[in-house]
Each structure stands twice: as structure tokens, then as C-alpha cells.
Write a protein that binds this ligand. Structure first.
Ligand code: ASP
Length: 379
């Protein structure tokens, strides 16, 4: 499939860009330059950042954008243009769906030519799923798309939302010395850190630092200034147009192993009608029980050509099925290694590849190939 060739091309181009930067003496750790003519589209989907307290129940509920805007007069002080697009009604990101992802892609496609960058305000609960999905749905992204949100609503005195939003907007407007966006990637910005979106996972329900990028370094850190690490940032092919993908196939699921799991539970999941792909959250470096019933259920799934991708339940590290007998048996059965991909990205990638109509054999092959920096290839 050409996505792989394109990604390799992107990598090559990335190398060339590094060469070009060396020649021009542009260092890899750099700060961006705000483009005062920049136009950034702020897309509000919902989430805590814009929520208010329901006086009767005390629970937070999505609220309209005028509330957010009146609490953020700082937006007017930015010396570039910010326009807004509102999702109506705004949602708690627990209500996120493939349809809303498609809506986001539509908004960005329709406005792509008119803006230098995009910031998406989104609830933190499913932000990593959305970031992963969008990273595949935008192919050869040439402009920044930055997701951000907050743990405390913008109207609260101690809100983390203001800094997150202002810095995300600046990142979306930042340019390098060649006039290109510094981060033409799908990212999450939260609590001073810019991370590749499809490498993130939500790790904290309380702290402002809600996200981690366990297996890929941060792309930038915001302190007194925003310092980017150029070497880590994907470079697109500026001669090729960005391609917007809409089709995502929902015939996938996550099967998490735990001691005591029964055949009934595994069978019920693997026999879901129409199932095409499974993210198997296994132990450690990708190990699973060696019970006869477990192998039998897996074999049955393979007979139905279901793609099973092995990801680790650990936050850090990767699947290496050859290390233990309990992993080797999975490999021998035909389970695909997800390397160090997150569960969120593995799920989104399966949805994307099946959505494109790839055959199970091709999906198995492509799951091991990084399409947009979502996994590390190991020898
Ligand atoms: N429940 C909220 C949401 O994801 C939490 C948040 O925004 O942080 O929409």
C-alpha cells in the first residue's frame, strides 16, 4: 500500500530538512516565531474547559462557547487572528463517536486553505483516542492541529485551561525560519508539554498533567519560551496535498487479559458479529495464558480471519513476543505485534485500515509499519 511508501518518503524528507537546517545553521532545539499574519481556527467540541456547574446536581455540564469566550479576554490580546467554530451542542468527550471525528475532519478540510493552524478544544477523557484517530484521518498533514482542554473549567480561579489554550494557539501559529509551521503534526498540548497525539494516553484524572507520552519524547516544552525539538517532529511532503480520510470501521474491540479471565468472557468478545480486529492487551512484553481453551478461542478467531494485535498493558516498553514461551505461542498462532503502540492508537489504526477496505493480511502487515509516527520499529 502506498501509505507506507509515503511515510518512508516523509522520513527521507525529514532527513533532508535536517540537512537543510544544518546548512542554514538552524538548530534542532529552537523556538518558533509568531507569524503576525497567522490565522488560527479554534474548534470547540466541549469538555471541562467550557463546562459550568449544574446548580441542582453539582455536576459539570457542557456549556456554550460564549461562556468560554467571556472568561478568556486574553484571546483578543494575541497578535494574530483567531476565529472560532463551535460544535452545537458541545459534548462531554465521553460521548465521543466516529461521527464526531468525521465532523472534526470535515471542519478542518473545509477550512484548511484559509488557516495556518488549528486548535481543538476537547474533553480530556477521550482526547488520546481522538488524537490517535485524527492522526490517521489526516494524511500528510502540513499544518499544526493541536488538541487541548483542561482539568478545571475556564471560569474557575485556578483553571489550567487558560495557559493550555493560549499556548496551544501560539504553537498553532508558530513558524520556522523557512516560513513553515514548526509542528505540522497532530498533537496534544497540556501542562507545558507538546506531545505527538498518537503517542499519548491519559494517566491522571486529578492532576493538571493528565497525559503522558511514555514511548516517544515530548515535541516541545513551554517554559519562559516554547522550545521545540525539531528532530522529533514529523516533516510532511509540502509538494503533496494533505489527504482527508473519513471512513473508520467500528468492527473492532479491546480485549484486556487478567488473571481469572474465563473462556466465556473471551469467547463472548471474539464472537461479536462482524468483528474484524482485536487489540489484545496482554501482560508485560506481550504474554498471555497458555490454557488450552485460550489457544482454542484464538485459533477460532484466526479461522474467521480476525486480526489480533498484541499491545502491552504496561505504560512503558514494547511487545516482544519471542521473550517468553507465553508470548511465543501467540506469535506462532499469528498474533501481530503492536510494538510500543498505545491501545488508543492501535484501536484507531485498526478502524482506519479496515475503514480503507484493506484485507486482513494487509492490515496485519501495516499494523507493524509506522504510518504517522505511532510506533517504533524494532529489529
Ligand atoms: N469529562 C470531561 C470530558 O472529557 C473531562 C475533561 O474535559 O477533562 O469531556
Amino acid at each position: 500500500m502506498d501509505a507506507e511508501v509515503k511515510f518512508m518518503g516523509t522520513l527521507l524528507l525529514h532527513e533532508l530538512k535536517i540537512e537543510e537546517r544544518r546548512r542554514l545553521n538552524i538548530s534542532n532545539s529552537c523556538k518558533g516565531m509568531i507569524d503576525h499574519n497567522a490565522r488560527v481556527l479554534l474548534i470547540y467540541t466541549g469538555g471541562t474547559i467550557g463546562m459550568v456547574e449544574n446548580m441542582d446536581t453539582g455536576a459539570l455540564e457542557p456549556f456554550n462557547f460564549s461562556h468560554l469566550r467571556s472568561n478568556m479576554p486574553e484571546i483578543k490580546r494575541l497578535n494574530f487572528q483567531v476565529e472560532t467554530h463551535l460544535f452545537d451542542p458541545p459534548i462531554d468527550s465521553s460521548d465521543m463517536s466516529l461521527a464526531v471525528w468525521q465532523q472534526i475532519v470535515r471542519v478542518i478540510e473545509e477550512n484548511y486553505g484559509d488557516y495556518d493552524g488549528f486548535v481543538i478544544l476537547h474533553g480530556t477523557d477521550t482526547m488520546s483516542y481522538t488524537a490517535s484517530a485524527l492522526s490517521f484521518m489526516f494524511e500528510n498533514l502540513t499544518k499544526p492541529v493541536i488538541l487541548t482542554g483542561s482539568q478545571l473549567p475556564i471560569g474557575k480561579l485556578r483553571t489550567d485551561g487558560k495557559e493550555n489554550l493560549i499556548t496551544a494557539l501560539e504553537i498553532a501559529a508558530d513558524k520556522d525560519a523557512l516560513g513553515h509551521p514548526v509542528v505540522p503534526e497532530l498533537c496534544i498540548y497540556m501542562q507545558n508539554l507538546l506531545m505527538r497525539g498518537n503517542r499519548t494516553t491519559k494517566v491522571n484524572a486529578y492532576h493538571f498533567s493528565a497525559f503522558s507520552s511514555p514511548n516517544y519524547p515530548w515535541l516541545a516544552q513551554a517554559g519562559l519560551e516554547i522550545r521545540y525539538d525539531r528532530q522529533l517532529i514529523l516533516m510532511p511532503d509540502y509538494h503533496r496535498p494533505v489527504c482527508f480520510h473519513y471512513a473508520m470501521d467500528h468492527h473492532v474491540l479491546i480485549l484486556k487479559l487478567f488473571p481469572g479471565i474465563t473462556e466465556e468472557v473471551v469467547r463472548a468478545q471474539l464472537e461479536v458479529p462482524g468483528l474484524k480486529g482485536v487489540v489484545l492487551e496482554a501482560y508485560g512484553t506481550g504474554n498471555a495464558p497458555m490454557y488450552a481453551w485460550f489457544s482454542k478461542q484464538m485459533q477460532r478467531a484466526f479461522e474467521r480471519d480476525i486480526v489480533i494485535v498484541n499491545v502491552t498493558q504496561c505504560l512503558y516498553g514494547a511487545v516482544e513476543m519471542h521473550r517468553y514461551e507465553n508470548g511465543r505461542q501467540l506469535e506462532n498462532m499469528g498474533v501481530t505485534s503492536g510494538s510500543d503502540i498505545t491501545t488508543e492508537a492501535a484501536l484507531a489504526k485498526l478502524m482506519f485500515l479496515f475503514g480503507k477496505g484493506e484485507s486482513p493480511a494487509e492490515v496485519r502487515r501495516l499494523m507493524k509499519v509506522p504510518l504517522c509516527g505511532e510506533l517504533t520499529v524494532r529489529e
